[in-house]
Design a protein around this ligand. Structure first.
Ligand SMILES: [Mg+2]
Ligand SMILES: [Zn+2]
Length: 184
C-alpha cells in the first residue's frame, strides 16, 4: 500500500523570500532574502510531518534575464539557509518558460503541481497552496487545493476582495499560515 504523504505547496517569492520590485525577478543569490519567520514556518511544517514543495513561475529564465545556473545558485543559497535552521524543502518545481511558450507548467496551469506530487499519493483536497497573488489562488484552485494568501508579498488585503479567485484564508505571513494548518 502506498502511504499517503502530507504535502504542502508553497509559492516562493513573496512567501519564503522578499519579492523583487514589481515585474522584476530574483536574478542572482545576492537578491534573495528570506522573509522573517519563513524558515521557522517550514521547520514547523516538517516537524508536523508535512513535506514541502515549491511551485513557482520563474519566467525570467525564458525571457533570457537570468539562467538556469543562476536559478540553481539561488536554490543553493535557499537550501543552505533552510538547512541552517533545521528546515527542508523536498521539491522545487519551477516553470522557466516564456509566457508565450504554451507550456503546461506556468501558473495558473497545473503542470508544476503535478510534478511536485510525482508518483506519491497526496490528498489534494485537504492540502494547501500558499501564495501571494491572484494567479496563485487561480492555480491552486485549478489543481483542487485550498488556498492561503499571505500579505508578505504583492497581495494586499484591500485588493484581494476584488480578486476573481478568492483564497480560503488570508494571513499575515507564511508562519501565520502554517500555524493555522499545523495547529488546527
Ligand atoms: Mg509570489
Ligand atoms: Zn512552463
Amino acid at each position: 500500500m502506498v502511504r499517503t504523504r502530507k504535502l504542502i505547496f508553497l509559492d516562493r517569492d513573496g512567501v519564503i523570500n522578499k519579492n523583487p520590485a514589481y515585474k522584476d525577478y530574483i536574478k542572482k543569490p545576492a537578491e534573495f532574502y528570506f522573509l522573517p519567520r519563513a524558515r521557522k514556518a517550514i521547520r514547523l511544517l516538517n516537524e508536523a510531518g508535512f513535506d514541502v514543495a515549491i511551485v513557482s513561475n520563474q519566467t525570467g529564465v525564458g525571457k533570457g534575464l537570468f539562467t538556469c545556473k543562476d536559478l540553481k545558485d539561488i536554490d543553493d543559497k535557499m537550501r543552505k539557509g533552510l538547512e541552517a535552521s533545521g528546515s527542508k524543502v523536498r521539491k522545487l518545481c519551477y516553470c522557466i518558460h516564456h509566457p508565450e511558450s504554451g507550456c503546461d507548467c506556468r501558473k495558473p496551469k497545473t503542470g508544476s503541481f503535478k510534478k511536485a506530487v510525482g508518483k506519491s499519493k497526496v490528498n489534494i483536497k485537504s492540502s494547501f497552496y500558499i501564495g501571494d497573488t491572484q494567479r496563485d489562488v487561480a492555480a491552486g484552485k485549478n489543481f483542487g487545493l485550498k488556498n492561503i494568501t499571505v500579505l508578505s508579498g504583492y497581495g494586499k488585503r484591500s485588493s484581494i476582495k476584488n480578486w476573481k479567485a478568492k483564497p480560503d484564508f488570508i494571513t499575515k505571513d507564511l508562519f501565520t499560515a502554517v500555524s493555522r494548518i499545523v495547529l488546527k
